[in-house]
Design a protein around this ligand. Structure first.
Ligand SMILES: Cc1cc2nc3c(=O)[nH]c(=O)nc-3n(C[C@H](O)[C@H](O)[C@H](O)COP(=O)(O)O)c2cc1C
Length: 216
């Protein structure tokens, strides 16, 4: 995540040297209590080196809780990716929103086909999250390694999935963001048939982002 894409800047209090990250300088320095106009913007080159772990800064994993596979099929080829940016939008009609990075193949598939599937992952599917989240369909055919079936829209549902939502994109509600598209989907079919616990971003991080792992 680059500093530029997040619009976060590094500021330094010209009075005491205390640094702060944010879109704007802090209202006042919490060390020497100087006002915002005492803050100077640190040049991007220097700030890049010092930029903190933005995930920690924004507390993002706390916001994005459960993990899902978002799948879509284009010209008969299925693809899916791991996704944490998923939320329910309305109950009646049932709608969900997913934020998909424009670099992802899944993005192109959803944009072209106008449909996607959403499969909540369970705690026994950490490896699935890792595989579908760390590999792009641009390089590998992910469904060569995992069996699937097609939902009503043709979107893939991975074998062993304990539930899914099959969605049609509502174009009027799709939001273009710079790096991502927020697709709003109307749920047209689906089922949930297990009491297994959902896989959270925290579970995933704890299990799969430790340096000892190098799973493909
Ligand atoms: C835990 C986890 C959560 C992720 N959440 C998202 C997300 O919310 N949105 C997104 O666009 N990509 C997300 N990704 C990244 C995509 O899954 C990843 O870029 C994937 O390789 C894209 O595959 P594709 O190019 O086949 O679509 C996540 C990855 C992981 C491991």
């Amino acid at each position: 995540m680059s500093q530029k894409s997040c619009q976060v800047y590094l500021w330094r209090c010209s009075f005491c040297g205390k640094k702060a990250y944010g879109k704007k300088p802090p209202i006042s320095c919490n060390k020497c209590f100087s006002e915002a106009n005492r803050y100077i913007l640190i040049p991007k080159k220097e700030a890049d080196i010092e930029v903190p772990n933005l995930e920690k800064f924004f507390g993002m994993p706390g916001l994005n809780n459960f993990l899902y596979l978002v799948g879509s099929t284009l010209d008969g080829r299925p693809n899916a990716m791991c996704c944490s940016s998923v939320t329910q939008i309305s109950f009646c009609p049932a709608r969900v929103a997913v934020a998909v990075n424009k670099n992802n193949l899944t993005h192109d598939f959803i944009k072209e086909s106008g449909v996607f599937s959403l499969s909540p992952l369970t705690q026994s599917q950490g490896k699935v999250a890792h595989f579908f989240g760390r590999n792009s369909g641009r390089q590998v055919n992910k469904f060569e390694q995992y069996h699937y079936r097609s939902a009503v829209t043709g979107s893939p549902i991975i074998e062993g999935s304990f539930g899914y939502y099959d969605c049609e994109v509502e174009h009027r509600a799709t939001v273009e963001l710079d790096s991502h598209t927020l697709f709003v989907g109307k749920i047209i079919d689906g089922s949930l048939n297990s009491n297994e616990l959902f896989l959270t971003y925290y579970d995933y991080k704890r299990e799969y982002l430790a340096p000892r792992h190098n799973i493909t």
